[in-house]
Design a protein around this ligand. Structure first.
Ligand SMILES: C[S@@+](CC[C@H](N)C(=O)[O-])C[C@H]1O[C@@H](n2cnc3c(N)ncnc32)[C@H](O)[C@@H]1O
Length: 258
């Protein structure tokens, strides 16, 4: 897993928060008592779950010490807490009423097979809600892959760094329906309008670029970023000081049958 830079991640709070709100807006749970946010990150979005369901105990779980340190500021004794856990082997102490995982499963290779385990964690009638990016064939990712695999960088970077990946909405729908859920799955392409110089580079610095930057010293990282930034400028030309970043995201909300 990459080392998360929480300040960089939080630079696009509004753009990153919107899909979370669109996702949880489709959860129909009325009075859940046990709510979990898997891969909770900085915890700000997890805190909105505690606001929506004031009677519930809400747990944020994440594998990153950097993210958890930041999330600790959101904790509310008896209502909202954060602990370290890996999605791959997470087992709740009791049946979960609402399980949310937003922008996290793309970092878990083979996560389609993990859905069985996640749905089993729900009590009958419980809700599962997931969102993953669906932009891995967008220029921002394709150019990054091309650059890291170029003769110049391939050896220095190696090829064992985690690469995020995800499936289409239809695949999540089919997988969750096969697990006995009633499923609502969809895709949305957000058109983010970003300001400032090299905003797509800034965006990827908070996510997809992290596994690359983790492997390079400062001088190499600056050189890699310079090459990547030039390619991004050509792929996402600014207009009147603004740059449009189309960002496709994939959503699935599943209600486990009683
Ligand atoms: C892009 S951030 C999203 C954070 C938050 N859910 C949000 O929407 O802002 C991805 C998060 O997933 C966490 N994560 C990735 N793989 C994980 C795993 N195997 N187990 C637990 N957390 C994981 C990362 O540490 C990171 O905090």
């Amino acid at each position: 897993m990459p080392t998360w830079n929480t300040r960089q991640y939080e630079r696009y709070t509004d753009e990153r928060g919107r899909p979370f709100h669109d996702l949880v807006g489709r959860i129909g749970a009325a009075e859940p008592s046990y709510v979990v946010d898997l891969g909770c990150g900085t915890g700000e979005l997890t805190a909105t779950l505690a606001e929506r369901w004031p009677e519930a105990m809400v747990h944020g779980e994440d594998s990153s010490p950097e993210m958890l340190k930041c999330a600790a500021a959101q904790a509310i004794p008896g209502r909202l807490d954060f602990t370290r856990a890996d999605i791959r082997d997470w087992v709740p102490p009791r049946g979960v009423d609402v399980l949310v995982t937003n922008a996290a499963l793309q970092w878990v290779p083979g996560h389609l097979e993990l859905l069985d385990q996640l749905i089993r964690a729900l009590r009958p009638g419980g809700w599962f809600a997931m969102q993953v990016p669906g932009n891995f064939d967008a220029p921002s990712h394709v150019l990054l892959t091309e650059l890291r695999e170029s003769p110049r960088w391939r050896e220095r970077l190696g090829d064992d760094a985690v690469r995020p990946g995800a499936h289409g909405a239809a695949e999540y729908l089919a997988a969750l329906a096969a697990l006995g859920c009633v499923v609502d799955a969809w895709e949305t392409t957000y058109l983010h309008v970003l300001a400032g110089p090299d905003p797509v580079l800034e965006w990827t610095r908070g996510t997809a670029l992290l596994p690359v930057l983790d492997r390079l010293d400062d001088a190499d990282a600056a050189e890699f970023e310079g090459e990547y930034a030039a390619a991004l400028r050509a792929a996402y030309p600014p207009r009147d000081g603004r740059t449009m970043l189309p960002f496709r995201r994939v959503f699935a909300v599943a209600e486990k049958q009683r």
